[in-house]
Structures are given as structure tokens and as C-alpha cells.
Design a protein around this ligand. Structure first.
Ligand SMILES: [Fe+2]
Length: 247
């Protein structure tokens, strides 16, 4: 199946491939430089070495347990340039606060979508998110509303707020955000996105975020990469915390 954004999606049961750690380290360095080029600087914990994370594991419980930090994913498909996303979770609240209705109910991410690199079609169950073009090229989002079964509705129009202005698009319509523009995606709005013209720095302001449970993908893909350890990690990814840090 061919989708917009230039990526071929996997067939069900297709073998997932890993990403080499050396490639992740390279993407991390490039991504950090790209983010800094817009004057956005990451918080100190972005630059902790893996052994420092381990040494300060208890002190850093809010970072590790809140899954803050680097998150570079190829959705388990081994084709990062065509299907992937660079994310860094800057802050994240607590699901328990959400249940209580007060407290830290919000989260923030900074992301990079490369030119023609697809973030595949998905929706969230709990999370509402503002996706913000913070600079670079144009960010294009393909949108659907959910049908009664929760699947993308192939016929119904989809309505979203864009910087305080309502927009209604046909099913599968494309919303183009130029630098400075944003869209609010409420739970149930299906979305896929990619950068057009040049790489895009994306901001995300959202409800408390749980990437382990709150992403529903249209195609049978994973949320995280499997990693081939061909060199030492420069910094740990959130998906490394459970595997590489001793409690
Ligand atoms: Fe999303």
C-alpha cells in the first residue's frame, strides 16, 4: 500500500528490522544541532551520559518513570528516512493527576519531522495535542475523524481548531501548517504527518502522555525501534530505560 509521505507500509506479519545504535547516535547529534539552530535549547537531563543516569537513577525517578528524554523511532520498520520521527519529551505529568482532575496534567515534546518522512496514521485515546510548526519547511497533516468503531471515517468531514480558527476538511484532507501555525488534535482525530520542502521543527503541547498505551495505529506497526548495539549509546532513549537501567 502506498501512502502520502512516500512510505510503503508493512504487510501484516512482516518481519520488523532493527536500527543500529551508531545510526541513532548520529540522528541524535544531528537533531540536537537542528533544534539549537532555532534557538531552542534542551534541558540539562538531555545531555546526561548513560552512566550518570544509572548513578543518579533514584534522584532522576521523575525523568525515568515519566519517560522524559530522547525518543527516536522508526516504528520498528528499519526505514527511518521514509517512516520515522525524532522526539524529545521535555516534560510530562502524571496519569494519576489526570484521574484526580488536578495537578500536572500536561506534557511537552519537541520533535523533528524530516522532509518527506512519514509519521504514520494514528489517533490517541486520552491525549489532546497541539502540533505546532516551530520552523523550517511546511508541516502537512492528513486527517480523518473516527467512525462509530473508532476507525478512520472514509466519508465524514473532519473539523479541527487551528490557532483559534475552526477548519473543516474532507475525509483524508491535507492541512498544511507553515512556521508559526498549529492545530489542535482532540482524542479520536486520526492524523499522519510529514515535512514538505525542508525539515520541520515541531512543538507538541498536550495532555499527560503515555506512549506505551495511548497510540492507536491504523497499520500494524510498533511505537518503538528495536536496536542493534554496534556502539555505546551517546544518551539513553526512553525505550532504553527499562532495558539498560538497573532499578
Ligand atoms: Fe499524535
Amino acid at each position: 500500500m502506498f501512502l502520502r509521505g512516500g512510505a510503503e507500509m508493512p504487510e501484516p506479519g512482516e518481519e520488523a528490522q532493527g536500527m543500529e545504535r551508531s545510526r541513532i547516535n548520529e540522528i541524535l547529534r544531528e537533531g540536537d544541532a537542528f533544534i539549537r539552530s532555532f534557538g531552542y535549547v534542551m534541558p540539562p537531563f538531555a545531555y546526561f551520559a548513560p552512566d550518570e543516569m544509572q548513578r543518579r537513577r533514584h534522584e532522576l525517578a521523575a525523568i525515568v518513570d515519566g519517560r522524559l528524554g530522547w525518543d527516536i523511532t522508526d516504528y520498528g520498520q528499519g526505514r527511518f528516512d521514509a517512516l520515522g520521527l525524532f522526539l524529545f519529551t521535555v516534560r510530562n505529568g502524571m496519569a494519576e493527576d489526570l484521574a484526580r482532575g488536578r495537578g500536572m496534567l500536561y506534557a511537552e515534546k519537541i520533535m523533528i519531522s524530516r522532509k518527506d518522512q512519514l509519521s504514520p496514521m494514528h489517533r490517541h485515546v486520552v491525549k489532546a495535542e497541539d502540533i505546532i510548526n516551530r520552523g523550517g519547511g511546511s508541516l502537512v497533516l492528513e486527517l480523518f475523524t473516527s467512525d462509530a468503531a473508532g476507525d478512520p471515517d472514509a466519508d465524514a468531514e473532519v473539523s479541527v481548531m487551528t490557532d483559534g480558527v475552526p477548519r473543516t476538511l474532507p475525509a483524508g484532507g491535507l492541512l498544511k501548517l507553515d512556521p508559526g501555525e498549529s492545530v489542535t488534535l482532540l482524542p479520536g482525530v486520526w492524523h499522519a504527518f510529514w515535512a514538505e520542502g525542508a525539515d520541520v521543527l515541531i512543538g507538541e503541547v498536550s495532555t499527560v502522555n503515555d506512549d506505551l498505551t495511548d497510540n492507536v495505529f491504523r497499520e500494524p506497526i510498533g511505537r518503538f525501534s528495536t536496536i542493534e548495539e554496534d556502539e555505546a549509546p551517546l544518551h539513553l532513549l526512553v525505550s532504553d530505560y527499562d532495558r539498560l537501567l538497573t532499578p
